[in-house]
Design a protein around this ligand. Structure first.
Ligand code: CA
Length: 222
């Protein structure tokens, strides 16, 4: 599954590429409309309308002439947004900046699904076992030694995300974007509170390591 991100703003594009790759998608990023039109046809295009060279609406129209690739338009808040026009020129959906990362991922999956493409690539397995710890995403249940551990919804989401990437260092920004769907760089104390709570509830059945200055790593059973 290959996404093309057309976005000239580095501060938006860079964390977005990282986040989308973590979802299991291959991502190519270009900064101009001309480049976008020259790229091989991907499985989906994320198209910023405010581009430095061509009018994003024109880019969308021309992409649509070239192929039936699904297109999600990204617009800035306050920009004149005519939903009917966007759909007429071939956009499948749109999001307004600043958008939450989870909202965007949900829309990408929905558009891929509607277009008949496989939207499940990158989805972690429904049940993951780490020694004594079992994380069941389908039932949203966690157990240690076969005993259910009661987690709040956010604690569950946090554990689920960390445990989907065992051994990987996940930055605070990535975790906040994924679990809290906040704007890109919000206050992060909430995250520490939830990590502390998970550590207390899971005991030595799981190790969530603090990586100083970066974020956290789920290391499986201690
Ligand atoms: Ca822009």
């Amino acid at each position: 599954m290959h996404l093309l991100l057309v976005e000239d703003d580095d501060t938006i594009a860079k964390p977005l590429v990282t986040g989308l790759e973590r979802e299991g998608w291959a991502v190519s990023r270009v900064e101009t409309g001309e480049e976008a039109l020259r790229m091989p046809v991907p499985d989906l295009v994320l198209l910023d309308l405010g581009l430095p060279d061509l009018d994003g609406v024109e880019v969308c129209r021309r992409l649509r002439e070239q192929s039936p690739v699904p297109i999600i338009v990204v617009t800035a808040r306050g920009e004149e947004l005519d939903r009917v026009l966007l759909l007429e020129i071939g956009a499948d959906d749109y999001v307004v900046k600043p958008f939450g990362f989870r909202e965007l991922v949900a829309r990408i999956r929905a558009v891929l699904r509607r277009s008949g493409r496989d939207a499940t690539a990158g989805t972690p397995p429904e049940v993951s076992e780490f020694g004594r710890l079992v994380v069941d995403r389908r039932g949203r249940r966690v157990s240690v030694d076969g005993e259910d551990v009661h987690l709040t919804p956010k604690e569950f989401d946090l554990l689920s995300f960390l445990a989907a990437h065992p051994g990987a260092v996940l930055s605070r920004e990535q975790i906040l974007n994924e679990v809290w769907d906040t704007e890109w760089w919000g206050p992060t104390k909430t995250l520490d509170v939830h990590v502390a709570s998970l550590r207390r509830k899971l005991g030595d059945a799981a190790s969530i390591e603090t990586v100083r200055g970066v974020g956290f790593r789920f290391a499986g059973p201690a």
